[in-house]
Design a protein around this ligand. Structure first.
Ligand SMILES: [Zn+2]
Length: 682
């Protein structure tokens, strides 16, 4: 309680009378505590301090700047004129919540966290944007929760997610840790594809430099491996089920597939759980189960019902929502797959409850950013999943507040109501130790700034209004410039199940005798790209959140050479021979237009084969030969129609191409439909 001396108004007894449990002895002859004009006081409230069990009725909490300066019975605090009063009668005051596993990319997310009472987030994939947000929020220049952030994901080769830092050789680990530390990231996030050697080198480098590891359990490392390295936190109960399989049971190699999960479920032995929990406690590793993330995935077997039971789903832009549904439904998950998800969830809930019962340290986190896990709101659902699993509600709330800051090594900084702690507070009209928290509290104080419910609701309404609007990615931007003489231009919508998830605009022109196709593509909520392709030269750039890649391609002497930088800023240099007769294929609708240009003169029933060379840029960079088999079909609505089978790297994707007015095309596949937008501002 060293902070008391600094913050408790110089009245020593205020510490003794602070937020101890009801059984604490009363301080003898307490002196009155005087707030100062300009302070804020929440009066006559039941304080749930999270420093111990229970609650303190009829207390006043005084806030000065961003700090709590006093917590005491009402009668002991004198409130001079000029104190801002917040009436707490009949209500409860608890520390702000911490969502300890989020992925956040949009400003609106930050508002949604605060409106749901989430005043701390642990961001699990950090880029420069999060460092900027972290300091702006700390300086009070931006409304949002306190941010603790990982650096970019650290993975093996190839990484599971584009933009990860690739660590292959153990000797490179130290430089990666040093770079993330120098950039200002708070901790390291290892993920799935790291080799055992690379992981161990990363853990050792982190230990030397004082950066903890918090993340996945890489396939090659396993739960025992991360416990041996004392990984500070284990996300998603990764590999817990596999670790319950007795040694000697034959399992397919762990590749993260559902087939592997089913083999694990069939072989696991729950009697191994207590021993595993004991080893986890001994290793000092925390677990952040993120039960809600897989609960939502399992709920996608009825996406309509899921949409109805996620209260804030309409605060998420329509394009992002559509993508969430599509991404999981397009791969064709079967009833058996969904049954597997449900079975895993039931086991994970039991593991979480057993960890809690054994006193193993737990974090409450959501994996916000994955399908239907909505910022702020999802933490309430995660809390209720813990409660439903059998963890006593007060223990869950403690995990979601005080324990988060214990995990962060600053148990008196936040997550508790005591003198000296940061004023991150929720005022609610029901007893949080007995009933689910209201989704939007009566008021949230974040770093001493008071936001009453009406203010929070108004901010949410504004977000909902924006989320409902059709998104125009080029609103106010000038039309795409043509190179030389313009031949045509068009704008397209890309839709999945009738929801627009992306837009593209393309201009075709002739310059110096060469046909140039230039386009811009916005995959809403995912990435944006620009391209300009001629017959023997190409430029391509793409931004994924705030990371950017830029590539240039050139054909000379029968070779395509691609140079530039990838999303993590690393140089790229690739080359490949150009197959005889192949054309350099532009991405997306640019490529469809190039195909359409080559199909003139075909009659229904005619077939044609074409070869192209494509530059892949998302999710991975590469050069890919593409072989097209095309057949002209009967016209539709007077427009020529073709089926196109594209064979690349052994996989075959079939789509439909409809020529729509000269050189401009419309392309259809089973899942995605790209349609020309007639008369749209180009
Ligand atoms: Zn995550």
């Amino acid at each position: 309680m060293k902070s008391c001396a600094v913050w408790a108004l110089g009245v020593a007894s205020s510490c003794a009378a602070g937020p101890s449990g009801p059984a604490a002895p009363a301080a003898p002859a307490p002196s009155p505590i005087a707030a100062r004009p300009g302070d804020t006081a929440i009066t006559d409230v039941t304080v749930v301090p999270m420093t111990g069990d229970g609650a303190l009725a009829h207390h006043t909490v005084v806030i000065r700047g961003d700090r709590i300066v006093a917590v005491a019975p009402d009668a002991r605090i004198a409130l001079p004129a000029g104190t801002t009063m917040i009436a707490g009668a009949g209500r409860w005051l608890m520390p702000g919540l911490a969502d300890m596993h989020v992925h956040t990319w949009r400003d609106d997310d930050l508002t949604m966290f605060v409106a749901a009472g989430v005043t701390t987030i642990r961001n699990m994939w950090g880029i420069e944007q999060h460092l900027a947000w972290r300091s702006q929020i700390a300086r009070g220049e931006r409304l949002g929760p306190t941010i603790v952030t990982a650096g970019p994901l650290i993975d093996g080769d190839p990484p599971d997610w584009p933009g990860s830092v690739v660590l292959q050789r153990a000797e490179d680990a130290d430089a990666i840790v040093a770079a993330q530390q120098a950039a200002g990231y708070d901790f390291l996030k290892p993920v799935n594809q790291l080799s055992r050697e690379a992981y161990e080198a990363l853990a050792a480098a982190g230990e030397r430099r004082g950066m903890v590891l918090a993340g996945h359990v890489p396939y090659a490392v396993g739960l025992d491996g991360v416990l041996a390295a004392h990984q500070r936190s284990i996300e998603h109960l990764d590999h817990w089920l596999a670790a319950l399989v007795p040694p000697g049971a034959s399992l397919p190699p762990d590749d993260g597939s559902l087939a592997h999960d089913r083999a694990v479920l069939a072989a696991l032995d729950p009697s191994r759980l207590p021993g595993l929990i004991a080893r986890t406690i001994a290793a000092g590793s925390w677990n952040c189960p993120t039960l809600i993330a897989l609960d939502r995935v399992a709920g996608l077997d009825d996406a309509g019902a899921l949409r109805r039971r996620v209260p804030w789903v309409d605060l998420v832009p329509a394009a992002v929502r559509a993508r969430w549904t599509a991404e999981l439904q397009v791969p064709g998950l079967t009833a058996e797959d969904f049954a597997t998800f449900h079975a895993i969830n039931a086991h994970n809930a039991r593991i979480a409850a057993a960890l809690a019962a054994a006193g193993a340290p737990l974090l409450v986190g959501t994996d916000t950013g994955v399908a239907f896990v909505v910022p702020g709101e999802a933490l309430h659902d995660e809390i209720e999943l813990f409660v439903a699993a059998g963890v006593p509600r007060p223990q869950v709330l403690r995990a979601a507040t005080a324990d988060a800051w214990r995990y962060l090594g600053q148990p008196h900084e936040a997550g508790v109501i005591e003198a000296g702690a940061r004023a991150d507070l929720l005022l609610v009209a029901s007893d949080p130790l007995r009933a689910p928290l209201p989704l939007v509290p009566d008021g949230v104080m974040v770093r001493g700034r008071w936001l009453p419910r009406a203010d929070l609701e108004a901010r949410l309404a504004e977000i909902a209004r924006r989320a409902a609007q059709p998104i125009d990615p080029w609103n106010g931007a000038p039309p795409l410039a043509a190179d030389g003489r313009e031949l045509s231009r068009a704008r397209y919508h890309k839709a999945i199940a009738d929801a627009v998830v992306g837009q593209e605009r393309v201009v075709v022109s002739i310059a110096g005798g060469k046909r140039i196709i230039a386009g811009q593509l916005a995959e809403l909520g995912e990435y944006e790209a620009s391209y300009r392709f001629g017959p023997d030269a190409a430029e391509l750039s793409s931004t994924h959140h705030t990371m950017r890649l830029a590539l240039a391609g050139k054909i000379a002497a029968g070779q395509l050479t691609v140079t530039g930088t990838d999303l993590s800023g690393k140089p790229v240099s690739l080359n490949a021979p150009v197959p005889a007769g192949a054309f350099l294929s532009a991405p997306s609708m640019g490529g469809a237009i190039q195909l359409a240009e080559r199909l003139a003169g075909m009659r229904p029933g005619n077939r044609r084969e074409l070869t192209a060379l494509a530059i892949d840029y998302f999710p991975a960079i590469g050069i890919a030969p593409v072989h097209y088999q095309i057949e002209r079909q009967p016209d539709r609505d007077g427009r020529p129609r073709f089926t196109v089978a594209a064979v690349r790297s052994g996989s075959r994707v079939t789509s439909e191409l409809v020529i729509d007015g000269g050189s401009v095309a419309q392309s259809t596949t089973g899942a995605e439909v790209t349609t020309r937008v007639p008369g749209a501002r180009q």
